[in-house]
Design a protein around this ligand. Sequence first.
Ligand SMILES: NC(=O)c1ccc[n+]([C@@H]2O[C@H](COP(=O)([O-])OP(=O)(O)OC[C@H]3O[C@@H](n4cnc5c(N)ncnc54)[C@H](O)[C@@H]3O)[C@@H](O)[C@H]2O)c1
Length: 440
Amino acid sequence: MRLTIIGTGYVGLVAAVCLAKLGHIVTAVDREHVIQDLRVHKLTIWEPDLQEMLETCRRDGRLSFDIDIAHASRDADALMIAVGTPIGVNGQTDLSQIDDVIAQLKQVDGVCPPLIIMKSTVPVGTCDELEANLLAAGLQTEVVFNPEFLRQGSAINDFMNPDRIVFGCRSHLAKAALHQLYKGINAPIQVCDRRSAELIKYASNAFLAMKISFANMIADVCEGYDADNRQVMQGVGADRRIGPHFLRDGIGYGGSCFSKDLQSLLTSGKAIGRSLPLLEATAQINEERIPQLLEKLISLWGNPRGKRLGVLGISFKPNTNDVRDAPFLTLLRLCHLYGIEVQTFDPVVQHTSIDGVIQMDTAYEVATDADAIIIMTEWPQFAELDWVLMARLMHQPILLDGRNVLSDEVISRLMLVENVIYIPVGRPMERAKLTLSVNL
Ligand SMILES: NC(=O)c1ccc[n+]([C@@H]2O[C@H](COP(=O)([O-])OP(=O)(O)OC[C@H]3O[C@@H](n4cnc5c(N)ncnc54)[C@H](O)[C@@H]3O)[C@@H](O)[C@H]2O)c1
């Protein structure tokens, strides 16, 4: 198929590269400065394997870039929309990036392909409206909704090996085209109406966010009752009706999707007079995570003003450079309020223009003279650091393991030999120390 993809962000670029690899001829369109970078192989997003695959597809002539939607769409069999859908005013989803694409398609006669595949996450009813709008303008096209479930950090693998592919469409022709598009990917395919498909995406993200908030809620109970949430969640997740994924406690979820999609679903609920209290609680538990964790540090410090906090990890999860809605940003805002100095290290997010942050080149520089360290992102390399050296470099050896990444062996050594105050999540500090002394 000849496919035009609008938007080369985390979803669009990954889709472009993967669909080109599957044998389609793909033209990816974005704004001029983004395409200029892509043409010289400069990627603004970081994903494992993305750079190599992109270069191969371009070399093989299956992937090219453009800045003109009309020009890129002229001979396309289908157009895929993968632009941003952030939260706008009053909690409504801001669809202006999509509107802009549609306006450009309407401007030039004969460029609108017969099929528009919506990949961007959009509120229920959006595809119906869009199609009606295009038909009213004399453009004969079907809009299908084909939600994307990839996770940043493993996006290529997720796109090529999804748990399911959902086609929200109304005609056999569109269904057949989608089957052709995904030929080569071995996954169950669910075909349904567009509105249900739109809701599948929101409900999936809401459920995943709910699992994380659930684990965090039980973590608080564990801390109060001298239990270990790692063990509790292992037992809970072993039940096949529940499953082990997304039950890790910690600093809460972040990223560009969960918060905004939850908000969008809440707004959709309000529009029909429903309050969706489960989702409200999910969001509230998440919002309380960082203030709660910071409170633990402040209770040890007494006066926080002028303290130096070393932060390991800026991105909202490992294997991505995305800082959108990262819990780190909430931490930073609170630190500024309390007058706490922040020095950071992240293996991929470096030299950003985030205000009020001193960015270091190594984790050891972050530890130097710090009054505490907090692990915000579970980059695997953080578990491998020389933690004894880290502790000795610190001004005050306090370590808040926001992701529970350190092994019991390292924790034992730090607490019992180096006198580090180790603050885990989901089990009381003293319990960690007592259980661990057995390991020494
Ligand atoms: N990021 C994820 O993990 C993920 C997963 C599943 C679904 N989604 C959904 O996919 C959509 C895209 O998400 P993303 O994270 O890739 O966004 P993004 O912000 O990383 O990328 C969007 C891209 O679209 C481009 N763009 C916007 N308007 C344009 C226009 N008129 N012409 C050309 N290019 C334009 C932007 O420049 C940007 O590069 C959103 O609706 C999101 O909710 C995201």
